[in-house]
Design a protein around this ligand. Structure first.
Ligand code: ATP
Length: 341
């Protein structure tokens, strides 16, 4: 953890937000910011910092995936309409290289999907090696909307909790870290957000008249969510319940959970599977100036020097700091991709 993280989180989100035994959704104040003792400004600063850490860790995960490491990460986002799932995809996941991320949205099953087991479409959408998968809604809709709307007989949806647990256990055993986040807004806040969508023409596209019938069944959905937390928050794939009235808090919390999961994967850069010195010698033989550094490396040094507040000589001169790249660390981060404080 960095200094700001340590100072501002009294209890880290992976402890304060985890739905453990005895968890009661009704007791969650949706406007609260559990564990966080910093300001909104601190949160924004930390989010930006986590963005660069996450970005490097994601690149390491991706690089390892290319070299045979089978591991991946799956972020499951659940929440009622307006809870902010889209904002998480844009503001948190948007901070990492899109080439390493696969985002899937799950709406009502298609005709083809309905002909299969409810986990069929989920299985097909799991992230491959080295990827971060994001599910905007998920297989949990099959015990949420399906339960509330009575779309299948009760015996069918009742059996699904155990099926989901078994499925997730297999997915985790296959090398995927699952992070399940439920974004929870208050009834009042949802009303205000829906109204805003009606008031602002640029938000009309986000408004769906079908959201109102769902809102009318608020209590049923709360009960269905409680059952999800009671029955599917497992040691392998726990639920994190995130109060989401404050968007800045929800985004920070998800960024922390994702970053921490990546940190725990010990993602060293994959070792070269070729002889580096032999390749260097062969490359040098093709160059007029064998030790010439790339313009890109020089630009990066200038960038790091500027970030560190060090005066940079004008036009082409070397910065007054030793190259981070040259001492093998890169981007001012330690071996685990964390920015040095
Ligand atoms: P969102 O409401 O998530 O922003 P959207 O408005 O673009 O998304 P879709 O993604 O097309 O709409 O569909 C979301 C809707 O699909 C939700 O109302 C959700 O409850 C419903 N849904 C998702 N999975 C299922 C399922 N397995 N069975 C029935 N309905 C489902």
């Amino acid at each position: 953890m960095t200094t700001l993280e340590e100072r501002a989180w009294k209890t880290p989100p992976w402890e304060s937000l985890r739905a453990g035994p005895g968890f009661r959704l009704a007791d969650v104040d949706r406007a609260s910011t559990p564990g966080w003792h910093g300001s909104k400004k601190d949160a924004e600063e930390l989010l930006a910092h986590l963005g660069s850490e996450m970005s490097e860790l994601q690149e390491r995960l991706f690089a390892r995936g290319r070299k045979g490491d089978q591991r991946s990460v799956l972020l499951v986002l659940q929440g009622l309409d307006t809870a902010g799932k889209g904002g998480i995809a844009r503001h948190v996941i948007g901070m990492v290289d899109p080439q390493g991320v696969v985002i899937r949205n799950f709406g009502p099953p298609s005709l083809e999907e309905r002909e299969h087991h409810f986990l069929w479409r989920i299985h097909r959408a799991l992230p491959g090696a080295g990827r971060i998968g994001v599910f905007d809604r998920s297989h949990y809709e099959d015990v949420l909307v399906v339960r509330v709307e009575g779309l299948v007989p009760e015996a069918t949806w009742q059996a699904r909790y155990a099926e989901i647990n078994g499925f997730e256990e297999d997915v985790v055993a296959g090398g995927t870290t699952i992070i399940k986040c439920a974004l929870m807004v208050s009834h009042e806040e949802q009303g205000a957000r829906l109204l805003e969508r009606l008031d602002r023409p640029e938000k009309h596209w986000k408004y769906n008249p079908n959201d109102l019938p769902t809102r009318l069944r608020w209590d049923d959905y709360q009960e269905a969510y409680q059952a999800v937390f009671d029955r599917t928050s497992t040691p392998e794939a726990p639920w994190y319940v995130i109060p989401a009235n404050h968007k800045w808090y929800a985004r920070l919390a998800v960024a922390e959970l994702l970053t921490e999961a990546l940190r725990r994967m010990s993602l060293e850069w994959p070792p070269a599977d070729f002889n580096v010195d032999a390749e260097r010698a062969k490359l040098a033989a093709t160059m007029v100036t064998p030790s010439r550094r790339s313009v890109q490396a020089e630009d990066e040094d200038l960038e790091h020097a500027e970030l560190a507040g060090i005066d940079v000589p004008a036009e082409g001169g070397p910065p007054a700091v030793p190259s981070q790249k040259a001492n093998g660390k890169g981007k001012g981060k330690d071996g685990n991709g964390k920015k040095r404080p």
